[in-house]
Design a protein around this ligand. Sequence first.
Ligand SMILES: *Cc1c(COP(=O)(O)O)cnc(C)c1O
Length: 455
Amino acid sequence: MRYVSTRGGNAPLRFTDTILTGLARDGGLFLPEQTPDVRAKLDAWRSLPYAGLAFEIMRLFADDIPENTLREIIRKSYATFRHAEVTPVVKAGDVHILELFHGPTLAFKDVALQFLGNLFEYALAKTGGEMNIVAATSGDTGSAAIYGVRGRARIRIFVMHPHGRVSPVQERQMTTVLDDNVRNLAVEGTFDDCQNIVKALFNDLAFRDANKLGAVNSINWARVLAQVVYYFYAAFRVQEATGAAHVRFAVPTGNFGDIFAGYVAHRMGLPIDKLVLATNENDILARYFDTGAYRLGDVAPTLSPSMDIQVASNFERYLYYLAGENPEALNGWMDAFRKTGALTPGIADHPCFAAGRGDTAMTLAAIRTYWQQHRRLLDPHTAVGVAVAERFLDPAAPMICLATAHPAKFGDAITRATGQNLARHPLLDALMDMPTRMTVVPADTSAVAAIITGA
Ligand SMILES: *Cc1c(COP(=O)(O)O)cnc(C)c1O
């Protein structure tokens, strides 16, 4: 399998080089040259445990890694999860909840970043190289990335978060990691500022090469790939329980990474009849799927900060398919977007997407209802997904709602919704007494570059 850039300006690469490169050299995102059709394999895959299923899916895409090595990378990556099923599914009311938060940082991003850390270690040992990972986070990516690579040889990681704009727990999850290869940078700006600095550093090809930059943001194809697995796993579990031929997924969405993985699963032939995209008040994506126009707005802080995003970096991957896998057409759209802050590609004529927005009141109401009626605590991101999912229920196609974070990561929202401080987790409680380390920096690319080079 080879990977091409959405913008057509990067020679096709094998899997390992694609992962090490991260963002394509022409500024585009990597996608596989073809999507494998796995419909004939689904029945054989149904009974596999999580790691076995991950191996069968990933070997189709990572065919330059020896099979035993890939198996071992996957085994190690999911041995750190606290649940034997890795991503279990539970029923709550009319929906099924796919619990993606049993990893080391209690967020779904662990599913991809534990894998990516092991993959980088393997690839760098093989090539003898080193890497400086540069990442931006609005909260959850940072700690999951740090836990994916902490203490590993050949890798240093620089994580930028918007200073004072991530929750205290999220900040502590990052800044209590004191390994020598971890640097936390608190940027005086927004998440989009952080993300723009990452993009500027990667687009400076001389800097990028000299400093061997690597990416862990959801632009990295390995992250999408790792997330494809749980769509299969959850669909199988719910089909087993209900006998349904098709399932639906509701996905709380920020950078369009997680839901894009669902779209890849759909393209591979998993019987998903709807992917329900759920946003908070920062609803550029929901507006796009309603109107066919992708138009920039302002970022407003909400109860679900990991979705407080306007420019969804992975959306370009979807646009590439919408453009008929034609890089010229895609480049035209991206240019228009850069110049005008809007693009109007229209809506695909195969409507597997539905979309909606769950605002603060709906988020709080969903948390309250699921606690009162089903004794389930939903974190505010999950609650946005559940609130929107309820508009798209169909008895013939069970709804699977992705639970993207443990509720204890967002205890204030739980308290606000239920009137009680119900969401605790011993791992998070323990953080409060631990020493921390971070560096405050201005929202300025050269200031960050100087830290990376050690100047
Ligand atoms: C990152 C994140 C999301 C959004 O995922 P995307 O892949 O950016 O769409 C949703 N919920 C939580 C808890 C997250 O950390």
